[in-house]
Design a protein around this ligand. Sequence first.
Ligand code: ZN
Length: 144
Amino acid sequence: MSIDELYHEVILDHFRNPRHRGVISNPSASFKVFNPLCGDEVTVSVSIENDHLTQIGCQGRGCSISQASASMMASACEGKCPKDVRSLCEHFRAMLYKDGEPDAALGDAVSLAGVKKFPARIRCALMAWEAVERCVDQGKVKES
Ligand code: ZN
């Protein structure tokens, strides 16, 4: 597999037309992650109401993997409760570090499965997912 094959249509689409772009006003939590290896940055802000992440906003710059992954993360996690968000993040991490079928609940993010063949880029893909986990940690929501 070449690096060109990695950048297939779904990834480029999220990079060019990012979903959930922007910063939420008065967020319940926000977290910024840097990736010095690649110069990427991603800031995730979330609104938490009734124990659900009702709104997720992503702002950042950097390589297409990092920015597309943020768009995919927000699409997969918005509307979910913290427990489900943590579970999605675990599945995403497992997809990049272990073999096996990617979880369909990840939505378009399954198209990043090929990143595992490029260990230097795994960090790019994980940033936004780490940021949303930290938002959930900060957000002081009840987790049942
Ligand atoms: Zn990157």
